[in-house]
Design a protein around this ligand. Structure first.
Ligand SMILES: Cc1cc2nc3c(=O)[nH]c(=O)nc-3n(C[C@H](O)[C@H](O)[C@H](O)COP(=O)(O)OP(=O)(O)OC[C@H]3O[C@@H](n4cnc5c(N)ncnc54)[C@H](O)[C@@H]3O)c2cc1C
Length: 412
């Protein structure tokens, strides 16, 4: 039986400690898709929403394994931070994607929209691709290779707009991450590294996941190695990186009544720069409305978000010894402002939300709090600040800087 995806910190720590001994085999075994996915960690959701931090994983990895043995594993864990840093410096890539999703959903011809629905429902007619689509809907998880193949199938075989494929993933993946998802889809489409597309190959599926093939793939010829050619996705210039948005990296020296805002971009405030905060109250917005109306997240994904937020609130209440409230208002900004007023807060502190849904509401939140005389202080984890600063260009220059930074942290 496939164990459930970890959605609380306790489950994440247990899953992580169960996986740690498999790190030496990870580099060799990670590409295969096995039943049960025992060769990969399935920690994506836990890391994306920070039920467990990359810092914890990397520190514990290096306590048990040498850098060369663990390098591939650490590199993969760092891919998320690379994508995040890249997007932090180019937030318009996220907002343009959201605009395009809305535009395409309303502007494409009905027959294209019908094909989109059929392929996303697992009715493309190519058995292994349909299996992958159904696995995503039924479990909220896909192995990395399945994500790559399916995204390539969508773009280069079905010739459907990458933006709507990325939207399908974003609605269903329990680890859906604005940076990893949007930028991986752009990479498959050939937009992230201009001119370099990722093409799905039947021989590659046969090598890494032969059990997915039912025979009709070879008969249809649609995935044949020489049949898949790059769909010409209209290139857009890769934006020039901007400076990171300014944030604090240490606690504010304030003496008033402070509230801690817990949000899904980082659900472990008790570990890291906010550990010593003394909030009088904590709160998280748990209404589904925004996620339902704007992002049309699947029921499974919304339920997983609620589970993770409630777990975060329970831990927050225990660590900070203060009430931790689940705000149910449909409008999260109004919910946070009402909470601040009721608690007579002079300031709200949070770990910095990263480019994505929470970040999108920061401007309004800041303005409305300021009109009430309440200061919003956002603190970036120092290790994010360092990692993001390396993410100006491609992954390999990033990794050169990141790996030498990590090596310096090792005991002599
Ligand atoms: C089209 C496409 C869309 C994707 N969308 C997402 C997404 O929405 N959210 C998401 O977290 N990942 C996404 N990925 C990246 C990757 O597929 C997943 O992070 C990984 O499969 C998660 O499964 P795992 O935890 O078992 O991985 P493992 O192999 O166990 O990797 C361990 C951890 O390393 C990180 N990681 C590994 N590979 C990548 C990668 N390529 N990019 C970023 N981080 C990585 C993740 O935190 C992962 O949990 C996408 C990849 C593709 C090709």
């Amino acid at each position: 039986m496939v164990p459930p995806i970890p959605l609380t910190r306790r489950e994440a720590l247990e899953a992580w400690s169960g996986f740690a001994s498999r790190i030496p085999a990870y580099a060799q075994s990670r590409n295969a898709i096995n039943e049960g996915h025992g060769n990969v960690s399935r920690l994506g959701a836990a890391i994306r929403f920070r039920l467990i931090t990359e810092d914890e994983i990397i520190t514990e990895t290096l306590a048990g394994h040498s850098f060369p043995i663990a390098e591939k594993w650490i590199q993969e864990v760092c891919w998320r931070r690379y994508w995040k840093g890249w997007l932090e410096k180019r937030p318009q890539v996220w907002s343009n994607w959201r605009l395009q999703v809305a535009k395409l959903q309303h502007g494409l011809p009905p027959e294209t929209l019908a094909r989109i629905d059929a392929v996303a429902a697992g009715r493309s007619g190519v058995a292994c691709m349909d299996h992958i689509a159904r696995e995503l809907i039924e479990t909220g998880y896909l192995h990395n290779h399945a994500r790559m193949w399916w995204a390539s199938f969508w773009i280069h075989v079905e010739r459907l707009p990458w933006e709507l494929g990325a939207n399908f993933f974003f609605r269903h993946l329990l680890d859906a991450d604005p940076a990893s998802n949007t930028l991986s889809w752009r990479w498959v489409a050939g937009l992230q590294t201009p001119g370099k597309t990722y093409l799905v190959r039947l021989s590659n599926i046969r090598k890494y996941a032969p059990q997915l093939l039912r025979g009709n793939e070879a008969r249809s010829g649609r995935l044949a190695d020489d049949a898949v050619t790059a769909c010409c996705v209209e290139p857009t210039p890769v934006p020039i990186p901007q400076a990171l948005s300014p944030c604090d990296t240490s606690l504010p020296l304030t003496t008033g009544r402070i509230g801690l805002w817990l949000h899904p971009d980082d659900l472990t405030p008790e570990v890291g720069p906010l550990a010593d905060l003394r909030p009088v109250s904590a709160a998280a917005c748990i209404s589904d409305r925004v996620y339902h109306e704007i992002y049309q997240l699947s029921a499974r994904r919304m339920a997983s978000l609620r589970t993770m937020l409630r777990d975060g609130l329970t831990r927050t209440a225990a660590h900070y010894d203060c009430p931790a409230l689940a705000l149910e208002q449909d409008d999260p900004v109004a919910g946070l402002c009402d909470w601040a007023k009721e608690q007579q807060l002079s300031g709200i502190v949070a770990l910095t939300p990263m480019v994505g849904p929470i970040h999108d509401m920061l401007g309004r939140l800041r303005r409305e709090l300021a009109s009430m005389g309440i200061l919003l202080t956002l603190i970036r984890r120092p290790s994010d600040e360092v990692a993001f600063s390396f993410a100006s260009a491609g992954f390999f220059p990033f990794w050169q800087k990141m790996s030498s930074h990590l090596r310096q942290l090792l005991p002599p």
